[in-house]
Write a protein that binds this ligand. Structure first.
Ligand code: NAD
Length: 471
């Protein structure tokens, strides 16, 4: 299967080797042939994807560095390891996942085989975002392969080097009859979305998600939406403030704050804020030295447009800069920045920040913090920092979010046993581990009956006897 004809669309650069319709038709023919269904095929493709990563690690790291100046450590942790761990988990679990799930029976079905069968959906479309450009394509692709689908993947055009590398490597390693890469931006994606897919898996902004849903509605295509939003971090009560500052700063400034699950803003009391600021300052100096701009562990903002968006947001904010605040346009650099005296109506609180700027808002009570969170859209992740278990429980039980993590940030998404996804405006559906397999599977309800117990069936045939109801 590996290394046959070139099946890659590269419209943006004018090299269109095959039209979108031809590619999708081809994948659909392959799907109908049943080639993707056997466990052996799925395993071979998952293993090929593993080899793709392992054999091209240097090139992958270079591409991620070119796109985002991603430090090697962050790239390995959040892109390479995330994908290879997912692949190992899927390879080891596939047989179990594929087993029919037998369900409870009643007297009337006692002789039947009643089970749920996981079946592939068909040809699925995976659209990725630029902030973790490798992970956001290959992790859902692992789920799609494990579930026995064909897939078209559409990496983000913004992270250009990774897009190009994926377009080169995927056809080299995976079956070209079953998997294809389409490159390009909004226009190419819109054209792609005119085609019928059996599932659309979209990672990106809430604004674009609306047009994805509209396009999906035309064909009644089911969708998974992995979106963003403003993830709160509520700090309350007794706690180790230095450890909290380190964990918060790491989660916020990892990938220069360009993480969908980065803490977007902090809610704490004025007393906690006064202790937190020097602790964050110390943590940042230890992480990135007093000159973070020169530090190789500090990446860069992805594009000029995002740099301008962030610096404008900072200018429009009424808050006071307590830490950082420097920026450099040529380098697309923004210093890790913390603001205090930020109000709910501030520019920084309008939309997801998605950059290295952390506003701190003050609350007087835990209830006020919970109310603040509940007044806004349901976030993708919610963080609570406290040594007091009743504080953590109270926040957990009185709020809603895609994921929840106490006393840390981001790390909950590294565990394949936990479903990753949003709720409400932060997304629909989930993936990672078995959840990805489930997302790309249809759960077919099966009842295989024989001819036994016909005397029991007589009870439901006309002429009806009401005395037989509820039998
Ligand atoms: P984006 O919405 O601009 O782009 C995402 C994808 O959509 C790209 O592949 C792009 O080519 C395509 N696209 C752009 N405009 C389009 C249009 N008009 N029609 C069809 N397709 C279009 O998002 P982004 O800036 O790449 O990503 C940032 C957002 O993604 C943030 O909100 C972040 O929180 C979110 N995100 C979520 C997750 C998650 O797993 N939940 C992960 C990463 C990022």
């Amino acid at each position: 299967e590996r290394g046959s004809s070139h099946l890659l669309l590269y419209r943006t650069r004018g090299v269109e080797m095959e039209g979108q319709s031809e590619v999708i038709d081809r994948l659909r023919r392959s799907f109908r042939s049943g080639v993707t269904v056997p466990e052996s095929f799925r395993l071979a493709q998952l293993e090929a994807l593993f080899s793709l990563i392992k054999e091209n690690e240097t090139q992958i790291l270079q591409a991620l560095h070119q796109d985002l100046a991603k430090p090697k450590f962050e790239a390995v942790l959040s892109e390479i390891d995330m994908v290879t761990n997912e692949l190992c988990f899927a390879i080891n679990s596939l047989r179990t996942w594929m087993q029919p799930e037998y369900v409870g029976k009643n007297l009337a079905t006692k002789l039947d085989d009643c089970f749920v069968r996981r079946e592939p959906l068909g040809v699925v479309l995976i659209i990725g975002a630029w902030n973790y450009p490798l992970q956001l394509i290959l992790l859902p692709l692992a789920g799609a392969i494990a579930a026995g689908n064909c897939a078209v993947v559409k990496p983000s055009e913004i992270s250009q080097a990774t897009e190009k590398l994926l377009a080169e490597l995927i056809p080299k390693y995976l079956s070209q009859e079953c998997f294809a890469v389409v490159c390009g931006g909004a226009e190419e994606t819109k054209t792609l979305l005119e085609h019928r897919f059996d599932h659309i898996f979209y990672t990106g902004s809430q604004a674009v998600a609306r047009s994805i849903l509209q396009a999906a509605a035309v064909h009644l295509t089911p969708v998974t939406l992995e979106l963003g939003g403003k993830c709160p971090c509520l700090i309350y009560g007794r706690l180790d403030i230095k450890a909290a500052a380190r964990r918060l700063a790491w989660a916020k400034f990892f990938n220069v704050g360009q993480s969908c699950v980065a803490p977007d803003y902090v809610l704490c009391t004025p007393q906690t804020r006064d202790a937190l600021i020097p602790a964050i300052r110390e943590a940042l100096e230890n992480f990135y030295t007093p000159q973070p701009r020169q530090c190789p562990d500090m990446g860069r903002i992805v594009t000029d447009k995002h740099w301008t968006r962030l610096t404008e947001m900072l200018k429009r904010s009424a808050g006071t800069v307590a830490i950082g605040g420097e920026s450099n346009k040529e380098e697309k650099y923004i210093e890790p920045t913390v603001l205090v005296d930020v109000k709910e109506t501030d520019a920084l609180m309008e939309e997801e920040i998605f950059g290295p700027i952390l506003p701190i808002l003050t609350i007087q009570t835990l209830e006020e913090g919970i109310d603040f969170i509940n007044r806004r859209e349901k976030p993708l992740a919610l963080y609570v920092f406290s040594d007091e278990p009743q504080v953590v429980t109270k926040v957990l039980e009185n709020t809603s979010s895609g994921g929840f993590c106490s006393n840390d940030g981001i790390v909950h998404m590294t565990l394949p046993g936990l479903p990753f996804g949003g709720v409400g405006a932060s997304g629909t559906g989930s993936y990672h581990g078995r959840w990805g397999f489930e997302t790309f599977s249809h759960r077919r309800a099966c009842m295989l009956r024989g001819w036994g117990l016909e005397r029991v069936n007589v009870l439901r045939y006309p002429p009806y006897q009401e005395s037989n109801l509820g039998w």
